[in-house]
Structure formats: structure tokens, C-alpha cells
Design a protein around this ligand. Structure first.
Ligand SMILES: [Zn+2]
Length: 139
């Protein structure tokens, strides 16, 4: 768990104002993931053991960013898959008018867990990752 500043965002679809946890521009190697329904957040660190393993697989697949892969592989919360984009907690839209606005508070954000995939062999993990990423693209 980590205390992270909440910054104001506004949904372009329903007009809802909400606070989203933001690590700011200077957080290197760490991002905040958001569930597809906009109700849950988790941080993920590119240097933990699992992320390093994913990074090696992603690189061999020719993609540069590991964040979509890590979001797709993170254990879902309340049945919701994590994504790398912010979603409105009211309507689930990721069409935002603005984000990263004024500070509106602080939230305690847990770290994403990868228990469902952490025990897989590298080849199974690669398969699982390819599938998870393609499903995330369709959603
Ligand atoms: Zn909305």
C-alpha cells in the first residue's frame, strides 16, 4: 500500500468529476493501473521480479512497452481487469475531458498482484500474455 496524490479528472461522456491517483511525471518505472470500470487502482513496479520476466518476453515479441502486458496479467479486482488507461468510475468511459488536474486528496493504493500467472513457465506465460493482451485490445 502506498499513499498517492489524487488529481482531478473529468469524464467527457457523463461530466463526472473524480480523483485519480497519480504518481506524477517523475515516477520512473512505476505506473498506476485502473480497472475497466474505473473503480479500482493498483500500482505496478517495472523492477519487481515478475515484471522483469515479462519485460524479457515483451522485448522478444518486439513491443516496447511492458505496461499493457502487466495490466493484462495482473490479478483482476472484483472481476475487473486492469488497464493502463483511466476510466470514469461512474460510466466506465476512458474518454476524459482532462486529467492530472488539481490535487483533491490522497488515496492508499495497493500494489497489483500477479498470483494467477506468477507460477507459469516462461513459454506458458508468453502464451497467456499474448492472449490477455489480445483480449484487452478487443474490450
Ligand atoms: Zn463518465
Amino acid at each position: 500500500m502506498k499513499d498517492i496524490a489524487l488529481l482531478e479528472a473529468k469524464c467527457a461522456d457523463c461530466g463526472r468529476l473524480f480523483g485519480h491517483p497519480s504518481l506524477g511525471d517523475f515516477a520512473y518505472g512505476e505506473v498506476v493501473l485502473c480497472t475497466a470500470d474505473g473503480k479500482h487502482y493498483a500500482t505496478v513496479d517495472a523492477f519487481n521480479e515478475f515484471a522483469v520476466q515479462v519485460h524479457a518476453l515483451v522485448r522478444s515479441g518486439g513491443t516496447s512497452s511492458i505496461w499493457p502486458a502487466l495490466a493484462a496479467l495482473a490479478d483482476p479486482v472484483a472481476g475487473q481487469q486492469f488497464t493502463t488507461s483511466l476510466h470514469c468510475p461512474d460510466c466506465g468511459s476512458n474518454n476524459l475531458e482532462y486529467w492530472g488536474g488539481q490535487k483533491v486528496g490522497v488515496a492508499c493504493v495497493p500494489e497489483a498482484s500477479f498470483t494467477a500467472v506468477a507460477g507459469l513457465s516462461p513459454s506458458l506465460l508468453a502464451q497467456h500474455m499474448a492472449l490477455a493482451i489480445s483480449q484487452a485490445r478487443e474490450a
